[in-house]
Ligand binder design. Structure first.
Ligand code: SAM
Length: 350
């Protein structure tokens, strides 16, 4: 069966992806996202001809070209990136490839670009801690926002929301999709193992590799030192323990349940490598699990954390092992006007 491409499919067929994502030597530029992810999120945005779009995270400029194809000559795309070499490169390529109704600007996307608003559609390819107030202030009355965002307050726990604006209120659609993009940072970053926000305890291991922990119990002055020594113990003396997840358990479902229920002691961590982990920590213990397959737990200290993770797996299974499809976003406005998004379970299962 042949499927007829929709407007986004036609845009993807029309835009020369390699012209944007590859350097002169044919190598992909580091900031490129996959075409499938880009087109999925642009579909969510529902761009119409004539729309004014604000894009955060220009990167290669490929997504800017797709958006420009969709907005057409009566619309516009204003695209921001913190890295001047990216906005310069993308701006040159966009104009050389005929996308005249685009502008690339260098700056912190959290501030938006008020001079070119209001925007009918706002899309981000980099993850803010909360949905910035500036985006809401610069949005048209019934704008749509598609953005990854932190959904627990702990580092690395990100999801993508699609939200409508209604009289300045951010109203997320009822589902959350899994999705993670580089953290939004007003500073140019030269390393990727240490996120710019959400880290509560840090130990620098051999070859300057960061070992970090992110957990709510670590957010007092007194507990910080405990967290740093726990991170150092993880680097020096952790051992592997059998995973509480069976082969037929979906680790991503367990992760989804954890970020929606946020049990006490929930912790995210980087153990000196790019693959971050999730689990439990306390002043005297940690038990962390990667999100791929039934991998072993990394444990240190007393059995308290491994016992906690065992109990969480039992509770998750008892609720029918809900996964991403059982999650919904909840939005709350902060005093500074930004919106905090939290994952919640859409319905309790018996
Ligand atoms: C995944 S890449 C964007 C991919 C792009 N959409 C494409 O099609 O190639 C994310 C980009 O966000 C940028 N970024 C990170 N923090 C930012 C911020 N505070 N403001 C604007 N851009 C930011 C990074 O420099 C990076 O280029």
């Amino acid at each position: 069966m042949t499927t007829i491409p929709d407007a986004v499919g036609l845009a993807a067929a029309a835009v020369d992806e390699d012209a944007f994502t590859r350097n002169d030597d044919g190598e992909l530029i580091a900031q490129t996202s996959s075409q499938a992810i880009i087109t999925t999120m642009i579909r969510e945005l529902g761009v119409e001809p004539g729309d004014a779009v604000l894009e955060i995270g220009t990167g290669s400029g490929y997504s800017t070209a797709l958006l420009s194809h969709l907005t057409g000559p009566t619309g516009s795309v204003t695209s921001l990136d913190v890295m001047p070499e990216l906005t310069g490169r993308a701006g040159h390529l966009l104009h050389a490839n005929g996308y005249a109704h685009t502008r690339t600007l260098t700056g912190d996307g959290a501030k938006g670009a008020p001079e070119f608003g209001p925007y009918d559609k706002i899309i981000a390819w980099t993850t803010p801690e909360t949905v910035p107030q500036a985006w809401i202030a610069q949005a048209a009355a019934a704008a749509t926002v598609v953005t990854p965002v932190n959904v627990t307050g702990l580092s690395k726990t990100y999801a993508v929301i699609t939200a409508a604006l209604d009289h300045g209120e951010l109203i997320p659609e009822s589902r959350l999709t899994r999705g993670s993009f580089v953290e939004m940072s007003g500073q140019i970053r030269t390393q990727w193992l240490l996120p710019p926000y959400g880290i509560d305890a840090l130990h620098t291991g051999p070859n300057d590799t960061p070992w970090w922990l992110s957990s709510h119990w670590l957010r007092t002055q007194e507990s910080r030192a405990l967290g740093e020594s726990l991170a150092a113990r993880l680097a020096a003396e952790a051992s592997a323990s059998t995973s509480p997840l069976a082969l037929d358990d979906d680790p991503l479902g367990f992760y989804a349940w954890l970020i929606a229920t946020r049990p006490d002691g929930l912790t995210t961590a980087c153990l000196g490598s790019p693959a971050w982990q999730i689990g439990h920590s306390s002043p005297h213990s940690a038990a962390l699990i990667p999100l791929a397959g039934a991998e072993p737990l990394t444990v240190v200290g007393t059995p308290a954390s491994a016992d906690a993770v065992d109990a969480w797996v039992e509770a998750w299974r008892a609720q029918g092992s809900p996964g991403w499809s059982a999650l919904k976003p909840e939005a709350a406005q902060q005093p500074d006007g930004s919106w905090v998004i939290r994952a919640a379970l859409a319905q309790a299962r018996s």
